[in-house]
Design a protein around this ligand. Structure first.
Ligand code: PEP
Length: 256
């Protein structure tokens, strides 16, 4: 079964109208290989502008738009939160959920993250579920235990069959924004573990779920990482703000 590749840009709390113009200009000339989706995730205030710029510039088949977070609640007295219904109204297609910065700075638990994944799926928004171990956990050989503990609550909440509509981003916390990338062998080994973990519950679903690698991916290391059999693209932070680098990363990805 063919799996699409996904290259998702996490702009975090960076960028604005100027970066939207630059990315639109840049992606106008990008040459993508077969079965690749490019997803750009700006901050909430810029979702609408990015969607309309992509449309006006006839890039709406190339650029998919994602949020960086969502609320698990449908509506109501949740000051500062953004619901899936609001994102649906804007035609936002993806949402990053459970990024390590949300887990660590905002104390989001795997149970809360499971509720968010459920809310996204119910709204027809594809969750990009982020999981990953800290450096101390890797050193203590706890990586697989940590990843299992991050995945299981989501499987329990939404059911394995729904994972057919989920994208998983494996992002070792020690590699995010640090310039330290997991070696391609290490990344592949961990992606393989994630796929096998899902396969124990449903092999068919496990085979179809796109698994992205994230953590200091750049124009120089993406080719080796994306060539690994269980790596279906990347979640890109810093390098997604540099459009020339991002273009190289996008054009390197290829569906499997
Ligand atoms: C991220 O924040 O999801 C990320 C992978 O960042 P960077 O590429 O900068 O390590």
């Amino acid at each position: 079964m063919a799996r699409r590749a996904i290259v998702a840009a996490n702009w975090k709390m960076n960028g604005g109208l100027a970066l939207i113009n630059t990315i639109i200009d840049g992606l106008t000339s990008v040459e993508l290989q077969e079965n690749v989706d490019v997803v750009i995730c700006p901050s909430f205030p810029f979702l609408s502008e990015l969607i309309s710029q992509a449309k006006v510039n006839k890039l709406d088949k190339v650029i998919h738009v994602g949020a960086q977070n969502i609320s698990a609640h449908e509506s109501g007295a949740y000051t500062g939160e953004v619901s899936t219904q609001m994102l649906q109204e804007l035609s936002v297609e993806f949402a990053i959920i459970g990024h390590s910065e949300r887990r660590s700075y905002y104390k989001e638990t795997s149970t809360q993250i499971a509720h968010k994944v459920n809310a996204a799926l119910k709204a027809g928004i594809t969750p990009i579920l982020c999981i990953g171990e800290s450096e101390a956990e890797r050193v203590a050989e706890q990586t697989e235990t940590v990843l299992a503990s991050q995945l299981q609550p989501v499987i329990d909440e939404v059911g394995i069959e729904k994972f057919i509509d989920v994208v998983i981003a494996y992002e070792p916390v020690w590699a995010i924004g640090t310039g330290k990338t997991a070696s391609s062998e290490m990344a592949q080994e961990t992606h393989k573990f994630i796929r096998q973990f899902l396969a124990k519950v449903n092999a068919n679903v496990a085979d179809k779920v796109p698994l992205l690698y994230g953590g200091s991916v750049n124009a120089s290391n993406c080719e080796e990482l994306f060539a690994q059999p269980d790596i279906d693209g990347g979640l890109i932070g810093g390098a997604s703000l540099q459009v020339e680098q991002f273009k190289v990363i996008c054009s390197t990805a290829k569906g499997k």
